[in-house]
Design a protein. Structure first.
Length: 724
């Protein structure tokens, strides 16, 4: 009969839910707590970063507020009198204004008045000369053939003069050729040491250079003036040096050439000359002028248009910038240094000195100005570090290399235009902490999942088992009731028949008595099995092991049980050698063998009146093996192990009476004595039940006297039977 499917009642589902619900709540609470901790940590990090950032902004703004107003005021007092170059040199020499780099002068539309932007094209002298005579003369001079070069140049100049007699106009290219020829002629005469002949040629070349606006010609004219100054006195050198430093020569000449000329003029004055100090001061002014002009070029190309665009936007928002505004600031990064250009309104004296002057721009190096503050907010010693960038997002202080994933740094702008961002100072540590937290969350969720899964499986197993056992017990009660009713009904019926004296003869009375005896034995065996199973489940089933000879024990069982088997139509074939000793409970062993034989006889094939059951005993590898083989209906392969469970009956048991307890008691007996029982299918149909028990040690076996001398010796173990 097929075992009924377990049914999960409401109380079992409630028990399962009672177990899983706390785990689910624990998982949700754990995840929520981890998320809350992460949010709190992130909130604390963000809060700390914002406080750090607010502190940095405050310090930078305060530093700018301390620095700029005094600088603006000091420039107003000096600029109109000293000029931009000397004002920068004088103020920059003071420690408090060391960050000042340049001063520029602007008109109303923010265009440059001073200095003029550097020329866009830089050329070397004679690079565009295409006259063969000048090229030949230049080649002779380069090879040191000065006299030949002088002769060629003098002849070339005579031809130029003859070609344009007085009173007739001369084409510009002829003036250009004469300028170049006289400069080369003066250079050759100077190389030969003829200073008196060289100076007039240089003076004529300088005079001719004034006729042109070309940058290359202006460079030749400056070179001629340098030669005149070097051939003249110290006063001539100082005069040209002062013109360069005062920006009188910068309109058409590149700053590099001007600075090189100024350097050469200053070096040419002896150290012991009293005018050497003046020359060095003028040279310093020239370096400052060149630096300011370089910044002016950057301003004219970049900053001017950005300033105009910002003013247009402010005007569209009715936020007009007027001369009354105290200051206007532009932050930029021309090269590798972030700078601040601060614009103020020009004073009346400044407007008078520079016609059209409306604004004065002071160029300040922010790296120098803010260095002490930035050092205090950078590094890995604190909790946070600072990153600073200009309005174009060019870094002044770069962000750290290691930044936690998904970390968005808070940012703020100073009123000077700098953008400040706060990053964790030790990004590697925070990344490691974030990874550890992620691992902890993963491990916690995994542990909760495994616990919940294991608990659910265990609960499902327990509840299913509980439901199955409950159904099996109900089925047991039903089957036991049926099993009890049949023998009791027979005993009652035949007992009443005998009691009423209705037997026809003594032979029938004896037959009725035999039936009553047989049914009483069956009833007793059933009750004993139920009691044994109950003790087994309660853990109180006790055994009294002793060393027994299995062969003798099993033969006794066969002698007593063979008539019962024959009455069922079964034939028992036994192979039971002596001297196979085991330590076990003899009564329990008898019951186990009887259960196996009863099982083999009970589940025979329907209609087979001649059923053979084999009982085999052998010793092998330290174990005594008992096999019961039949040719019955067999056991489905998927149920070969389950038939040993309590109350379980194979699905093909049909209408055969039974409670499903016998095989469970056999397994309990085998395992309690260190053995095992297994069921296997038999070839050509049927089943094989194999019960194994450990052999008793030789020292524990009983002694038997020998026929030779009458001394007792341990009984020898039976050799394994021939399995062929």
């Amino acid at each position: 009969m097929r075992t009924p499917r377990p049914r999960l009642r409401h109380r079992y589902l409630l028990a399962l839910g009672t177990f899983l619900l706390p785990l689910a709540v624990l998982a949700v609470l754990g995840q929520t707590e981890l998320q809350r901790s992460g949010i709190q940590a992130q909130g604390a990090l963000d809060s700390g970063a914002r406080q750090f950032l607010a502190s940095a902004v405050k310090e930078i703004d305060q530093e700018l507020a301390r620095y700029m107003p005094p600088l603006l005021e000091a420039s107003q007092r000096r600029l109109a009198e000293l000029g931009p170059v000397r004002t920068v040199l004088e103020l920059g020499a003071q420690e408090r204004f060391a960050a000042l780099r340049d001063i520029i002068v602007l008109d109303e539309r923010a265009s440059l008045i001073w200095p003029t932007p550097p020329p866009g094209t830089l050329s070397l002298p004679f690079s565009r000369d295409s006259r063969g005579a000048l090229q030949a003369a230049d080649l002779l001079l380069r090879r040191g053939l000065y006299q030949d070069g002088i002769t060629l140049l003098e002849h070339f100049i005579e031809q130029l003069v003859a070609a344009s007699p007085p009173g007739r106009g001369r084409r510009p290219e002829m003036w250009d050729s004469e300028l170049r020829a006289r400069f080369l002629l003066g250079t050759a005469e100077r190389r030969l040491g003829h200073a008196d002949l060289a100076r007039p040629e240089f003076e004529k070349a300088s005079s001719l250079a004034g006729r042109f606006r070309d940058t290359e010609v202006a460079a030749i004219g400056l070179s001629a003036d340098l030669a005149i100054a070097e051939l003249g006195t110290t006063a001539d050198r100082l005069k040209l040096l002062r013109e360069i430093a005062n920006s009188e020569r910068e309109a058409r000449v590149a700053d590099g050439l001007l600075t090189a000329v100024a350097q050469r003029l200053a070096v040419g004055i002896p150290a012991e000359d009293p005018d050497r100090a003046t020359a060095e001061a003028l040279l310093l002014e020239e370096h400052q002028r060149a630096a300011t002009r370089a910044f002016a070029g950057y301003y004219d190309l970049v900053l001017k248009y950005g300033l105009r665009l910002r003013r247009i936007r402010q005007a569209s928002q009715s936020e007009f910038v007027s001369d009354a505004d105290p200051e206007e600031r532009i932050v930029s990064t021309p090269s590798d240094a972030t700078t601040l250009l601060s614009l103020r309104a020009a004073t009346a004296a400044e407007a008078q000195r520079w016609h059209g002057c409306a604004h004065i721009g002071l160029h300040v190096d922010l790296n120098v100005l803010l260095a002490p503050i930035l050092r205090a907010f950078t590094g890995t010693n604190g909790t946070f570090t600072l990153a600073v960038s200009d309005p174009d997002d060019v870094p002044m202080l770069p962000s750290p290399a290691a930044v936690p994933e998904n970390f968005v740094p808070p940012s703020r702008e100073t009123y000077g235009g700098l953008t400040l961002r706060a990053y964790p100072a030790n990004g590697e540590r925070l990344i490691a902490q974030a990874e550890a937290a992620a691992r902890n969350r993963t491990l916690l969720m995994l542990a909760l999942f495994v616990t919940a899964l294991g608990g659910a499986l265990w609960s499902w197993r327990s509840v299913s088992r509980e439901a199955e056992l409950a159904d099996l017990k109900i089925d047991l009660v039903s089957r036991v009731s049926h099993e009890l009713k049949t023998p009791l009904a027979l005993i009652r019926m035949y007992g009443e028949t005998l009691g009423l004296g209705r037997a026809r003869d003594p032979e029938q009375a004896s037959h009725f008595g035999g039936i009553i005896t047989r049914e009483s034995e069956r009833l007793t065996a059933l009750i004993q099995r139920i009691l044994d199973f109950s003790q087994q489940q309660a853990g109180t089933l006790q055994y009294s092991p002793d060393v027994v000879d299995l062969g003798r024990l099993l033969r006794a069982v066969c002698d007593a049980y063979t008539p019962h088997l024959e009455a069922r139509g079964a034939i028992l074939v036994e192979t039971l050698p002596d001297n196979i000793f085991v330590r076990c409970d003899a009564n329990a062993c008898e019951s186990a063998i009887v259960n196996l034989l009863e099982n083999a006889a009970k589940y025979g094939v329907d209609g087979d009146d001649d059923r053979e059951i084999e009982l085999d005993l052998r010793a092998e590898t330290g174990m005594a093996t008992i096999e019961v083989r039949d040719r019955g209906r067999g056991i489905p392969r998927g149920e070969l192990d389950r038939v040993f469970d309590g109350f379980y009956r194979a699905s093909n048991s049909g209408e055969v009476r039974g409670a499903g307890l016998g095989l469970s008691l056999v397994r309990h007996f085998a395992r309690a004595h260190g053995g095992e029982v297994l069921a296997r299918p038999r070839e050509d149909g049927g089943s094989v039940f194999r019960l194994t028990l450990p052999l008793a040690p030789p020292a524990d076996r009983p002694l038997e006297p020998t026929a030779a001398n009458g001394k007792a010796h341990p009984a020898p173990s039976a050799p394994p039977p021939d399995r062929t």
